[in-house]
Design a protein around this ligand. Structure first.
Ligand code: SF4
Length: 701
């Protein structure tokens, strides 16, 4: 155990309630942002999590299996409840004053020796908007650089980049009510029943009325297939081939929405020209799909209201931005955007990952999606902060870790992230984390990254602090504080304020409401939204420019987010970053998600109920492949990529395409990111190739 506990100290001890039961809050897991309520027992401890129908427009009376276990997290005995400092190679309990003073002195020493560019911040998609805002303000105004990033880098960074460059905002264009009018749902690389079950319920509700067609692009035969009119059993990572082929089929048949393309877009002719010599059959062969299936798909999207939904099967590649661009091109080609029943819907992972980007925890964007390179935006933000906003684009999360090797990054402040598990090529990451002069980790649980931490700051979670979160559909919601955090843990915004002031700032925020008022002034897209409005509503969709405005559930009804109000077609070329099998590594491993767990599992693996349902990791393999390799069900196998080896039990699964393997990402033992490569990364979104890797599988002797 790497933590020394104070004898007799009870880390799960709660400080009591601040609001009568039940406590309304937003689920801390996925980007659907379900509303739930915590009931307290006679000792004022949360003992039940349920949906009480507080938000019928969103999840009503429904939660998925993760949502009904939230009380377990607030009560958990492993919650961090005291600050720690590493002394003589052990993390020792210290006072808040010692922890903050030591952290601030460490950062100041490193800045004095190596300059402000030597400090980076990994920020979280599961803390409040107000806390993300202070995180990036800390990095920009106190540390003095733009090296701030969030977990979107490893999930929907490519979606954010592609949507912003083509449509104006790096965000979903549609909202749940569009599912009432949709005629075709096009799911690409998104196992929605597992990852976002409440969205899937909405699709099912629409399907019951009849007339809905569903297209599923997925290399696996998941439970979604039985409802699909077309299943494109694509080769993972080869999406650009089939997406471009689909575009070419639509253009060849003259099925594009010509009026929409002419009136609302630019660049259509460039895409049409790029498609002229395109070989559809060759592209189908590369992607592993039949031309007839793509022709059927074209029929189902060209004159039907279509929502394009995608997940990390499309984005987690070193060419992820180009993948998303090819899909956005299809939506523009068919005019399926800015109207009821149409749109583009990336399924965001963490509950506030949309908010993390909105609040500016990105190396190239200021709060409210204002580009860092825009001098007027920098002056505007800097004048409110009474500070100069640094001009140079910052480093992304993978780049910060790479720059530890060169000695350019000397300190990392990690808030609500677990890079030891989440970043690719874990052995390399562990080595880099050990090389840092200073690693500050702020979290709710003793995550794996704590092994390398010099200073640990215990934080509060949802239900223990109040403020706002933004769901995957841009709906900003208010989450209440019902109980006090365990022990001496504090809300992230309070910790950040103490850190900033110890570094010489003079922040005087007394609540998240005060921070939100500053956000409204800094970022005009949120100006019309106040805490009071949010407390009295079921959420407000940004942009919302003044208090009389109801918000904007559907984007682009009155034009796109550029001065000329037109969307951009962008041609995409075939990538040179494909992860293909070799003679030595003949299988392709696909990583994915389970219903019962979430991301790298720091929270869901601590739920007794969830771990009972899905206790451990496994590897799915087609029975033919297993027979050829002499492997059998449940035996432990050794799987090796060019970057690492893991051992785990084998499961035979007829839904796997021969030559492909599947494993869930949620367990730290084994950690599949130890098999992944830290390079290449997507040149536009800095996304590493996390979805697929060539491997070999052998009996573990
Ligand atoms: S994990 Fe997502 S779908 Fe499940 S209850 Fe939480 S927000 Fe809703």
């Amino acid at each position: 155990m790497f933590i020394v506990k104070r004898p007799g100290y009870d880390p799960s001890q709660k400080g009591g309630i601040v609001m009568a039961s039940p406590i309304p809050l937003i689920c801390p897991y996925c980007g659907v942002g379900c509303n739930l309520e915590l009931s307290l027992d006679e000792r004022d401890r949360p003992f039940k999590s349920k949906a009480a129908g507080r938000n019928p427009e969103l999840n009503g009376k429904y939660l998925c299996v993760k949502g009904i276990t939230i009380h377990e997290l607030l009560n958990h005995e492993e919650r961090l409840s005291q600050p720690f400092i590493r002394k003589a190679d052990k993390l020792e309990l210290v006072s808040w004053e010692e922890a903050v003073t030591t952290a601030a002195r460490g950062l100041k020493d490193i800045i004095a020796k190596y300059g402000p560019e030597s400090v980076g911040m990994l920020c979280s998609g599961k803390i409040l908007n107000e806390e993300v805002f202070l995180s990036q303000k800390f990095q920009r105004a106190v540390i003095g650089n733009n090296h701030v990033d969030n977990c979107a880098r490893l999930c929907h960074g490519p979606s954010e980049a592609a949507l912003r460059q083509q449509l104006g905002f790096g965000a979903v264009s549609t909202f749940l009510e569009d599912y009432d009018a949709v005629e075709t749902v096009f799911l690409v690389g998104a196992h929605t029943t597992f990852t976002h079950p409440i969205i899937w319920m909405r699709v099912k509700k629409r399907a019951k009325r009849g007339g809905l067609k569903m297209i599923v692009a997925d290399p696996r035969e998941t439970d979604l297939i039985k409802n699909a009119a077309v299943h494109l059993k694509v080769k993972p990572g080869m999406d650009i081939f089939w997406l471009n082929a689909l575009g070419k089929i639509i253009i060849d048949k003259g099925w594009q929405d010509q009026a929409f393309c002419e009136k609302h877009t630019i660049g259509f002719n460039a895409v049409r020209k790029a498609a002229e010599n395109f070989d559809i059959d060759a592209a189908c062969a590369r992607a592993g799909v039949k031309r007839s299936e793509l022709e059927k798909t074209a029929e189902l999207i060209h004159d039907r209201k279509t929502i394009f939904i995608w997940g990390m099967g499309l984005t987690q590649h070193a060419h992820g931005t180009d993948n998303v661009t090819a899909l956005v091109n299809l939506a523009l080609l068919t005019g399926n955007i800015g109207k009821a029943g149409c749109g583009l819907a990336p399924l965001r992972g963490q509950n506030n990952v949309q908010g993390a980007g909105d609040m500016g925890a990105l190396p190239n964007l200021l709060p409210g999606h204002m580009p860092l390179e825009d001098e007027a935006a920098r002056i505007h933000v800097g004048s409110i902060w009474d500070a100069d906003v640094p001009t140079k684009r910052g480093l992304s999360a993978p780049e910060m870790i790479h720059q530890v090797a060169s000695g350019k990054i000397r300190a990392l402040y990690v808030i609500g992230e677990n890079p030891a598990v989440s970043e690719p090529q874990s052995n390399f990451v562990a080595w880099m984390l050990q090389r840092l002069d200073l690693l500050i980790v702020q979290d709710i649980f003793p995550i794996e990254t704590l092994k390398y931490a010099d200073i640990v700051l215990p934080a509060a979670m949802m239900g223990e602090k109040e403020g706002t979160v933004t769901n995957a559909a841009r709906r900003i919601q208010f989450s209440a504080k019902g109980v006090r955090p365990p022990g001496e843990a504090k809300p992230d915004w309070q910790i950040l304020q103490e850190m900033a002031n110890a570094m010489g700032a003079n922040w005087r925020y007394s609540s998240t409401a005060e921070i939100w008022e500053e956000i409204r002034i800094v970022a005009p897209v949120f100006s019309g939204i106040s805490h009071d409005r949010l407390r009295q509503s079921s959420g407000i969709f940004w942009p919302c420019y003044d208090e009389s405005h109801p918000g904007t559930p559907r984007l682009y009804e009155d034009g796109f987010g550029f001065r000329d109000r037109r969307a951009r077609f962008l041609p995409v070329n075939f990538p040179n970053t494909l992860m293909e099998p070799t003679e030595e590594y003949p299988f392709v491993l696909i990583t994915g998600r389970l219903l019962e767990h979430f991301n790298t599992g720091e929270m869901s693996r601590r739920s007794t109920k969830l771990i009972r349902l899905r206790p451990s990791s496994f590897l799915d393999m087609n029975p033919q492949d297993a027979a050829a390799a002499g492997l059998s069900e449940n035996e432990t196998v050794r799987m090796t990529s060019p970057y690492g080896t893991v051992r785990l039990p084998l499961k035979l699964d007829v839904s796997m395409k021969p030559g492909y393997l599947f494993a869930p990402i949620h367990f730290s033992d084994p950690n599949f990111n130890s098999l992944m490569s830290a390079v290449p990364i997507d040149p536009k979104a800095r996304m590493p190739a996390l979805k697929v890797i060539p491997v070999k599988v052998e009996r573990d002797r």
